[in-house]
Design a protein around this ligand. Structure first.
Ligand SMILES: NC(=O)c1ccc[n+]([C@@H]2O[C@H](COP(=O)([O-])OP(=O)(O)OC[C@H]3O[C@@H](n4cnc5c(N)ncnc54)[C@H](OP(=O)(O)O)[C@@H]3O)[C@@H](O)[C@H]2O)c1
Length: 343
């Protein structure tokens, strides 16, 4: 696989352009068109669902036959399907592009295959240039694409006897400072942080990602699910990002909306009712269970009904890691359906 220096520079530039696009259900993609002598003659990027794909955006800046014999350098395999915008592979062929260099294969069943279509039309096609960088940019989009919804991590803290709160509903704090700092660092990696109205009303959580007293630069969007209204004084209303409230119990609809908004990594922080609903619906891809050496007794269990009526229905999990954080343990597990490389 040989790429010219001009192609390598163009791919680095295309990745920069891709970042200008919004995160949404669609991937962030950039494109650069090079003349046969290797000069940049056009640039483009995708500005979100319903708008031109990056290659077509770049081609739209060229007049007449200007793209004839050119090389298109694109961060993702040109698509091959007629959606809202028409197949990019066909647009490149029609423009007379002689060569296409792209970073990553499109894993989609429908869109994939653009490379094949280009080859069949006699276009020289090479892939893999700066693929790790493109995969890094699109990591969470690729995971969400494989799932058809955002990747969901469900987290809770529990006593050694499996309780998530004391008899009066208080639960702050079950774990120690190291475990809580770990949670905040993981929140900062997420796009959205989700709680049920029960937790909102019981704990009045800020749902920010904090490094000590300071806020991390990256803040997840706070999301509240459930029909109860958010009280006017709720701390979440002072979050740097406006909270989303979904007055529903339809978790699939909520995830669909978050997906549309480009929120690909979702961190569910409870409480037990909502966590159980995500698990029962098969919508939890990774569980983070912080286990503290303390006993609470009582009936406020970390999980309620997860759809297990008899022992043969138990939810066996794959252990990803077990880590000691101060005196607490963090157990990271994945249900069998979970994809690799989520959040
Ligand atoms: N240890 C921990 O990690 C941890 C974490 C969080 C909370 N907690 C503790 O947990 C307690 C609150 O627990 P909780 O179970 O009441 O809170 P929750 O799970 O946060 O909220 C339950 C509410 O979520 C809404 N909801 C949305 N989608 C749902 C669905 N698919 N199925 C069922 N309900 C859905 C319902 O509200 P509507 O009725 O409004 O529709 C339901 O009443 C508090 O004591 C809190 O301190 C502990």
């Amino acid at each position: 696989m040989a790429f010219s220096e001009a192609e390598q520079r163009a791919m680095a530039r295309a990745l920069e352009l891709a970042r200008r696009g919004p995160r949404s259900r669609n991937p962030q993609v950039g494109a650069v068109i090079l003349s046969p002598s290797g000069d940049v003659i056009a640039e483009g990027w995708h500005r979100g669902a319903g708008t031109a794909h990056a290659e077509v955006d770049a081609l739209s800046h060229l007049e007449g036959d200007a793209a004839r014999g050119a090389t298109a350098v694109v961060t993702l395999e040109p698509c091959n399907h007629t959606g809202r915008t028409g197949p990019c592979a066909a647009a490149l062929i029609a423009a007379g592009v002689a060569r296409v260099v792209y970073a990553l294969d499109d894993p989609g069943d429908v869109e994939g295959g653009g490379g094949e279509r280009l080859r069949a039309a006699g276009v020289s096609v090479e892939s893999g240039l700066l693929a790790p960088e493109a995969a890094g940019l699109l990591a969470s989009w690729l995971t969400a694409r494989a799932l058809g919804r955002p990747h969901v991590t469900v987290k809770w803290a529990q006593s050694l006897d499996g309780r998530a709160a004391a008899a009066d509903g208080t639960s702050q704090w079950i774990t120690g400072s190291e475990a809580r700092a770990d949670v905040h660092a993981r929140r900062a990696q997420a796009d959205a942080i989700v709680v049920g109205t029960g937790t909102l009303l019981a704990d009045d959580p800020a749902l920010t990602a904090r490094d000590g007293d300071a806020l991390f630069a990256a803040q997840p969007v706070p999301v509240v699910i459930g029909s109860a209204p958010i009280p006017a004084h709720a701390a979440v209303l002072r979050h740097p990002r406006p909270p989303l409230h979904h007055p529903t119990r339809d978790l699939t609809a909520v995830l669909d909306d978050l997906h549309d908004r480009g929120l690909h990594r979702v961190f569910v922080e409870g409480g037990p009712t909502l966590a159980s609903a995500f698990i029962a619906a098969g919508l939890a891809d990774r569980l983070l269970v912080y286990v503290a050496p303390t006993l609470l007794g009582g009936d406020r269990l970390a999980l309620s009904d997860v759809g297990v009526g008899t022992i043969s229905e138990q939810r066996r999990l794959t252990v990803e890691s077990i880590e000691r954080l101060g005196d607490d343990l963090l157990v990271v597990v994945a249900p069998d359906h979970a994809p690799e490389g989520g959040s």
